[in-house]
Write a protein that binds this ligand. Sequence first.
Ligand code: GTP
Ligand code: MG
Length: 198
Amino acid sequence: MKIKSADFVISNTEVSRCPKEPLPEYAFIGRSNVGKSSLINMLTERRSLAKTSGRPGKTQLINHFKINENWFLVDLPGYGYARVSKKDKNTFQKYITNYFTQREQLVCSFVLVDVRHTPQKIDMEFMEWMGQNGIPFCIIFTKADKLKPKAIEKQVQSYLDVLLADIWEEAPMHFVTSSSKRLGRDAVLNFIETINLD
Ligand code: GTP
Ligand code: MG
């Protein structure tokens, strides 16, 4: 898919203030610093459309980006950021869970995990929660430039094995990406395009 336009529309914490147009949207979620905002920039080929940082906790709001005038990419704050206070964490969790459970335009979410890591409890619990609430998602393995191809294959397989041994009968669809190397761009965009055309 060719990205002809990618425009920031609104940031907020209220589902009721998200764009009203009935356009399909795709949200990026995962631990702080996993590379959600960087992936949005890589997919759209806009270097600083979504704000990124080496320090976790950069994205704090629900950010809507309108793509090709007819669908949205949504950048969300990360979870599992230890330095956020308990009160902030609760507020955060509330508006994120509201977003996932109430946003009718949400077609599919991408749960990002760092390809170098073994399955983390917080990610497993989040995916389990998504499953229980019937919210469709794919897994995106990020930062693939940090490992050699053989090691990536091994990491992905062992990650999926844990998912299958744990709660899932079927592994979710998954993609391997690197924002710095532009790896996985076509696969993710083709996936979105296929759903949008349905
Ligand atoms: P929060 O908004 O804090 O939740 O983080 P985020 O998930 O949006 O991460 P962000 O895109 O801001 O990236 C975090 C750090 O990881 C930055 O230093 C990025 O440069 C780095 N990073 C992101 N993607 C990649 C990648 O594909 N490869 C490498 N090597 N680094 C990456
Ligand atoms: Mg971010």
